[in-house]
Design a protein around this ligand. Structure first.
Ligand code: GLU
Length: 419
């Protein structure tokens, strides 16, 4: 079993980011010691009967980093690379993300190490229900509220809701967010992360005085976040010249038809074989000349090795942790304007917050209300981060981390150490 501290590049990166921001904030030594580690980390075995009759024991995780500001909140990821270190890093980033957006939530993340594309619907359902049963005592609307992340979707959220509700004896819609609207979900949650990325790109472009209608963009990842980002960028008149998913990418300097791409992925499991543009690799996609690059796939894609070859003006991090610390340094020198993950992709958890509020009140909002609220929170956070980065002469990532961490640290001072 990987040790939290030493064996995971993602966790090492998250802790290092935290330490840099904490030093800059001159945080109390005791507070730093507490926030470096998660409150709790659960590892569960998830025995699942496969379609061939055999039982496979998957490993599942739920890491609760900090709940000083409210119930734990964060997605559940199904991916072969899921491990304790990665989930712990993602949980820590959720704490800063919720705090930066001013949401009354702490940070958590969960996951099961599996390849969901190779499981049948029945296998996926059985695995999800058993995983839920294993963590049911540590989740709940007032305790810890999961949501979709990479490899999970609305259907997985409903299986979690149903399993949890079966154990409680009554339906508990507020136990997860990212549900379908018919099941107590909110309008606008599915699009929220991608929409948020693009609102922030528009804010950044205004700050940099870029004319978006003359800009080009590339998007890595064509799942929920990547595809919605591409749609919303195109709506602003931005030419999408490259897209990719785990099977590879496609490039057309004259612009790819976003509607055609969406139609293709609605009929095929991946982008592979799509008839538009020239095929390129994921690594090549990142280095294409463009104004806006949106990494919306895995972590650690932009590294000390390739950052020097990036040719974008704005890097809008739809994914969590796509840029390593070494890359950050290079991007700073190249004056790439980075919209850091905890800000760029916060739209998802912001609308999750709206969903949770609606579930607790049994009162549902219109799409206009959801969009207005999302824009208001993101625009405010963007300007807070930009102002601090200018005042402190830091990059956007450090400023965003400083704001997120400062609120958590201040709440810790108010509450004190128990007992
Ligand atoms: N998984 C998403 C994230 O990383 C959403 C979390 C949520 O809605 O709770 O921000």
């Amino acid at each position: 079993m990987a040790s939290l501290e030493s064996d995971s590049p993602a966790y090492t990166m998250a802790v290092r980011q935290f330490e840099i921001a904490a030093k800059r904030l001159d945080l109390d030594r005791d507070v730093i010691a507490r926030l470096r580690k998660p409150d709790r980390a659960y590892i569960v075995s998830v025995p699942t009967r496969l379609d061939d009759g055999t039982v496979h024991v998957f490993t599942g995780y739920r890491v609760q980093h900090n709940d000083i500001l409210g119930p734990f909140k964060g997605g559940i990821r199904y991916h072969p690379d899921v491990n304790l270190g990665e989930v712990s890093a993602l949980a820590m980033w959720m704490t800063w993300k919720c705090s930066l957006a001013g949401l009354p939530f702490g940070g958590a993340k969960g996951g099961v190490a599996c390849d969901p594309t190779r499981l049948s619907r029945q296998e996926l359902q059985a695995m999800t229900r058993r995983y839920t049963a294993e963590i049911r005592n540590i989740i709940g609307p007032e305790v810890d509220v999961p949501a979709p992340d990479m490899g999970t979707n609305e259907q997985v959220m409903v299986w979690i809701l149903d399993t949890y509700s079966q154990h409680r004896g009554h339906v508990v819609p507020g136990v997860v967010t990212g549900k379908p609207v018919e099941m107590g979900g909110t309008v606008g949650r599915r699009e929220a992360t991608g929409r948020g990325v693009v609102y922030l790109v528009a804010e950044a472009a205004e700050h940099l005085k870029l004319d978006l209608s003359r800009c080009t963009a590339t998007v890595q990842g064509f799942g929920n976040v990547g595809s919605v980002s591409a749609v919303e960028l195109a709506k602003l008149g931005i030419k999408i010249i490259g897209v990719s998913d785990r099977t590879g990418g496609f490039y057309d300097p004259k612009g790819l038809p976003v509607d055609g791409l969406l139609q293709y992925v609605s009929q095929n499991p991946e982008l592979a074989g799509c008839p538009y543009g020239e095929p390129i690799s994921n690594a090549e996609l990142l280095e294409l000349p463009c104004d806006i690059l949106v990494p919306a796939a895995l972590g650690m894609q932009i590294t000390g090795e390739n950052a020097g070859r990036l040719k974008c003006r704005i890097l809008a991090e739809g994914a969590n942790g796509p840029t390593t610390l070494e890359a950050d340094e290079i991007l700073r020198q190249k004056q790439v304007f980075v919209i850091p993950d905890i800000l760029a992709n916060a739209g998802g958890v912001i609308v999750s917050y709206f969903e949770w509020v609606q579930d607790l009140q049994n009162l549902f909002w219109s799409e206009t209300e959801v969009i207005r609220g999302l824009k208001r929170i993101l625009t405010k956070a963007f300007h807070e981060v930009l102002d601090l980065s200018q005042k402190e002469k830091t990059d956007m990532r450090l400023a965003a981390l400083m704001i997120g961490i400062r609120r958590v640290a201040s709440a810790m001072h108010w509450r004190g150490l128990y007992p």
